[in-house]
Design a protein around this ligand. Structure first.
Ligand code: ZN
Length: 152
């Protein structure tokens, strides 16, 4: 089911989201809806607060626009390490229409999260995926790309 995407300055986009206590059927249905909504938008990432659910969950797929889909659902993600080097990408947000901002992010991030089977995962992401994860993780803390100084 495609869900409406909240638009800035909706105050729900500024809240700190709660941890997901367990992988319930509702969580699985939400993740499925979020992927459908993201592909429809179309976008490469979507966080639960963008559809009005104030929980720590986001989805990304950084490759589908170029070919093969590689969806990943992150539940209770934590970025546990970041590269000392930065990269800059033009970032857009499905909650902010017609704006793209150059934002500096770590060139890689190490992330731990829970998948929809309840399994704890740990992986390193680099390039655009790292930036996308940082962007979506910011949403779980009420932070938007508008809050960054534009990279020089
Ligand atoms: Zn966004």
């Amino acid at each position: 089911m495609i869900r409406p995407i909240l638009q800035h300055p909706d105050p729900l986009l500024r809240r700190i989201c709660d941890r997901v206590p367990e992988i319930s059927d509702e969580i699985k249905a939400l993740a499925s809806d979020m992927l459908e909504t993201m592909y429809d938008a179309p976008g490469r990432g979507l966080a639960a607060p963008q559809v009005g659910e104030l929980i720590r969950l986001f989805v990304i797929d950084t490759t589908w626009k170029e070919g093969a889909a590689t969806p990943i659902v992150f539940v209770n993600p934590q970025i546990i390490a970041t590269a000392p080097e930065q990269q800059t990408n033009a970032e857009a947000c499905l909650s902010i229409s017609d704006q793209s901002l150059d934002i500096a992010r770590p060139s890689w991030v190490d992330v731990v999260w829970t998948d929809l089977n309840g399994t704890e995962k740990h992986d390193r992401f680099d390039g655009f995926a790292a930036a996308c994860i940082c962007h979506e993780n910011d949403h779980l803390n009420g932070k938007l790309i508008l809050d960054y100084e534009v990279a020089a």
